[in-house]
Ligand binder design. Structure first.
Ligand SMILES: [Zn+2]
Length: 480
């Protein structure tokens, strides 16, 4: 270090710190300079840098524009959760559980084999018993008996055994049947199940599978775009993988429940199982179809998709219908009430971005429409929940406030943008986008909330109407 480096303000004070702030008035600082502004954390102690402790970690350097990002990195550095141990534990446990089940099964099956072997001997034994050779033998070994006596006794014995021919046959038939039943060695099906289980075990991942291999060359300005593109691709793959796994888990879950429910049940018919599988598949198809329908519904709105608030008997005062272009038109049809409102019967998906393009027709120059979000149709007026806009006066001339204007003229065309998750709600003039009005109380939008788009006619002016001519559900807003 340059030992002669001294402060140009404080005499004879060696320079000890660097002020890392951008556009700092004085980058080289002595101890006195620093003590004057002790609250600043932008200083680096020079000896640390000159001794170059390898990988010296600073909480305020290098410069990055995202504070959250810095926090995450500092957190990474301080994190000492033992993930490795968790992975080891998970697989050890999995291994143990599987080994336990399998070794119990093995014992159980060996006992079953023993039983069949015993039973096999029992059948042979039973067959021998029925032959009653010992009895026959008795007659032959008895030396005191004469030929005729032996002939007679044997004949009787043989006849008596013939008398039991049906009994013998039925008993042996039953025993063989039982044996065949219990000794059926089912290697083929068991192998199939084994293969399936092995495939399943292969799917178990604690971390997402990915093709990431970020080389040092990637981490340069030249390759940054490539890196980001790759990152986006991996995100997409990961998203799809997650969906697949979720579906698989659902399927397995249902199969599992059916297995444990049904396999112990005596009257488990294959028909039941197949039909429940069909129901399951049908359910997915319906969900998919509903999803598509919903999308079509919001894009091609019909009057029956409009729900009127019961507040102030709104259905009596405003009405939706299709105009000649097939677009939805909502208008005041009767006077005598104000603050009448209606909703599009479609729950906005929090993660999606919505565009609603609307033509406003106003009969008078006054604040007349409120447009915004509501969680319920009937409990709160749209203008009271902090999530709506009172569409600003359409002309600037205050004197003309109550002047009647041409009811056929479009007073204003607006584009509403809504994204629940981002607590974003704004509107702009369309298509020029010269003015943007953003919702002030963003925080009132719950990022996971269920919201409907609502329209309120605040004034009792017959002839007020609006036309929703375009609705889009998007992943990204257009760039303007
Ligand atoms: Zn100084």
């Amino acid at each position: 270090m340059n030992k002669d480096l001294q402060c140009n303000i404080h005499k004879n004070c060696p320079i000890l710190f660097i002020d890392m702030l951008q556009a700092s008035k004085k980058t080289l600082q002595c101890a006195q300079c620093v003590s004057n502004k002790i609250e600043e954390i932008s200083f680096i102690y020079i000896p640390q840098v000159t001794n170059i402790e390898e990988n010296l970690f600073l909480n305020n350097w290098p410069p990055i524009s995202d504070n959250q990002l810095r926090k995450k990195i500092i957190q990474l550095k301080n994190e000492n959760e033992d993930v490795i141990q968790k992975v080891i534990d998970f697989y050890d446990q999995l291994t143990q559980e599987i080994i336990k089940i399998i070794s119990e099964k093995k014992k159980e099956q060996l006992i079953a084999v023993e039983k069949t072997l015993e039973f096999k001997l029992k059948i042979v034994d039973q067959y021998c018993k029925m032959a009653s050779l010992n009895k026959i033998n008795q007659f032959l070994v008895n030396e005191s008996q004469k030929y005729e006596e032996i002939e007679k006794a044997l004949k009787e014995q043989i006849d008596s055994q013939y008398n039991r021919i049906d009994e013998y046959t039925t008993i042996l038939q039953s025993m063989i049947k039982q044996y065949e039943l219990i000794s059926k060695f089912n290697i083929q099906e068991s192998t199939q199940i084994k293969d399936n289980v092995i495939e399943l075990v292969k799917i178990i991942n604690l971390f997402p599978s990915n093709n990431f291999d970020v080389s040092d060359e990637m981490l340069s300005l030249d390759n940054l775009a490539v890196y980001q593109k790759k990152l986006d691709q991996e995100y997409e793959i990961n998203k799809k993988d997650n969906v697949k796994i979720e579906l698989l888990i659902n399927q397995l879950d249902i199969c599992n429940k059916q297995l444990s429910n049904k396999i112990n049940q005596l009257d488990w018919y294959l028909d039941d199982y197949l039909s429940s599988q069909q129901i399951l598949i049908a359910k997915y198809q319906i969900e998919k179809a509903e999803f598509t329908n919903e999308l079509q519904k919001i894009q091609k709105l019909s009057p029956k998709d409009i729900i009127y608030s019961s507040q102030n008997n709104s259905q009596n005062y405003i009405q939706a219908k299709l105009n000649s272009q097939g677009k939805i038109l909502i208008q005041r049809i009767k006077s005598g009430s104000s603050y009448n409102e209606c909703y599009i019967n479609y729950v906005l998906k929090p993660q999606k971005k919505y565009l609603f393009r609307i033509n406003l027709f106003q009969s008078k120059n006054n604040f007349t429409f409120n447009i915004g979000l509501n969680q319920y149709f009937n409990s709160y007026f749209l203008n009271n929940n902090g999530m709506s806009f009172q569409i600003q006066q359409l002309t600037q001339n205050q004197n003309q406030e109550n002047q009647i204007i041409d009811p056929l003229a479009v007073a204003k065309t607006l584009e509403f943008r809504v994204c629940i998750q981002e607590q974003l709600m704004e509107y702009r003039n369309y298509p020029n986008y010269t003015n943007v009005v953003t919702l002030n109380y963003k925080k009132s939008i719950n990022t996971n909330g269920q919201y409907y788009l609502g329209i309120q006619f605040t004034q009792d002016y017959l002839g007020d109407k609006l036309e929703i001519f375009d609705i889009q559900e998007l992943d990204q807003f257009p760039n303007n």
